[in-house]
Ligand binder design. Structure first.
Ligand SMILES: Cc1cc2nc3c(=O)[nH]c(=O)nc-3n(C[C@H](O)[C@H](O)[C@H](O)COP(=O)(O)OP(=O)(O)OC[C@H]3O[C@@H](n4cnc5c(N)ncnc54)[C@H](O)[C@@H]3O)c2cc1C
Length: 354
């Protein structure tokens, strides 16, 4: 059977891949997007609303920040509502010995911006601007060749002129690339940590934001855990009502403990905010460290700080300009963030003349 053809193949349907597809579509270019998961969004995911609590609670990114022009422009262009992270009321510090200190002070994410409906609303709105037939879900790419063949794990093959790798560089290193990239390039891919890939988030949905009634912002730092940092994750106007926390236990010690950790997380929320916390409408623990479409074994140990991201020189002109990297980690600025995903897409769109 002869291979189907396209001019540009985008591998990865996270924010970077979708944003690039948006640029190419507007420029009237021929492209196809291949996404391994049965859904779009990549690291953007949500606990979807339950009866009586419509909406979505972010299990991946929650915020963008003033000074990130691409996120501001895109949310505006797509008609999405942006609102401030809730920051009214007292913050809490939970000590390792169980003492809970309540105090006035700034919520740690005060000034951060959220998208109504969660970041998944951004993914849905962006995808809605694209022809659905060009977005291939459950289509993991297994290998690519310099002669322009793109092999899907499902057995199908596409023949393409340009390939854009809109997936974390460490996952690029795991693809079967023919001929193999020189060892310096392979090493450069492996050296780029996938931002937040080793993290886990716990989120719980409630009928109402009961902590606000008690004068609490929902903002907590804890030395006891299992949640190390907790925030109000409610929608604009408090609906749906939700809390989320980053799990403070390192990934290697979290393996196989999702149920146990969820129970402990609810118990912690009850210690901090009251017994209402024990009966959420729904809850979820999303452990990114164990999802092969995001993390690799090396990502179980997160980098000590925010890495100095960007496209290394060794990876800047692959296959004479026909193979491109577009994940957030390769962005010229704000690498690792949502803004970086948009900047990386913009960088590749420019190289492709779109
Ligand atoms: C818990 C958490 C919290 C975060 N918080 C924030 C925040 O508040 N603000 C912020 O700005 N950023 C935050 N981030 C980072 C943000 O999520 C990322 O910068 C952004 O989503 C990256 O988008 P991307 O498209 O570059 O990569 P990804 O979203 O990782 O997309 C890559 C895509 O490639 C797909 N893929 C993988 N392998 C293959 C294959 N072989 N074939 C086809 N497809 C494949 C994946 O399924 C995925 O959809 C957070 C991340 C996490 C995990």
């Amino acid at each position: 059977m002869s291979a189907q053809t396209t001019d540009i193949a985008i591998i990865g349907g996270g924010l970077a891949g979708l944003a690039l597809a948006h640029h190419l579509h507007r420029a009237g270019r021929d492209f196809q997007l291949f996404e391994a998961r049965p859904r779009l969004g990549g690291r953007i995911a949500a606990l979807e609303g339950h009866d009586g609590a419509p909406g979505a609670v972010d299990l991946g990114p929650s915020w963008f920040w003033p000074g990130q022009p691409r996120m501001a422009a895109l949310t505006r262009a797509l008609g999405l509502r942006v609102f401030d992270q809730y920051a009214q009321g007292e913050i809490c510090l939970e000590e390792a010995d169980g003492r809970i200190l309540r105090g006035a002070g700034c919520a740690s994410m005060e000034g951060s911006l959220r998208v109504a409906g969660g970041m998944v609303a951004l993914v849905r709105a962006l995808a809605a601007t694209l022809p659905a037939a060009r977005l291939h879900l459950s289509a993991p790419v297994a290998g690519i060749t310099q002669a322009g063949a793109l092999h899907l794990a499902t057995g199908k093959t596409w023949q393409v002129a340009q390939i854009v790798l809109a997936l974390p560089p460490r996952l690029v290193a795991a693809l079967e690339i023919t001929p193999p990239l020189p060892s310096a390039q392979h090493a450069a891919l492996l050296a780029i940590p996938t931002w937040m890939a080793g993290q886990a988030k716990f989120a719980a949905l409630y009928p109402r934001p009961f902590w606000r009634d008690k004068g609490l912002s929902g903002d907590v730092m804890s030395r006891l855990g299992p949640l190390a940092e907790i925030h109000d994750a409610s929608g604009a106007d408090g609906t749906p009502a939700a809390l989320f926390g980053f799990v403070g236990i390192p990934a290697p010690q979290r393996a196989g403990r999702a149920e146990d950790l969820s129970r402990l997380a609810l118990a912690q929320l009850a210690r901090l905010f009251g017994p209402e916390a024990l009966t959420p409408l729904g809850s979820a623990l999303q452990d990114w460290a164990f999802l092969p479409e995001t993390a690799t074994q090396v990502d179980l140990i997160p980098p000590p700080g925010h890495p100095d991201y960007g496209l290394p020189r060794a990876l800047s002109d692959l296959w004479e300009g026909r193979l491109h990297l577009a994940a957030s980690e390769t962005a010229p600025e704000m690498g690792g963030y949502l803004e970086g995903a948009l900047a990386a897409a913009e960088q590749v769109a420019r190289r492709l003349g779109a």
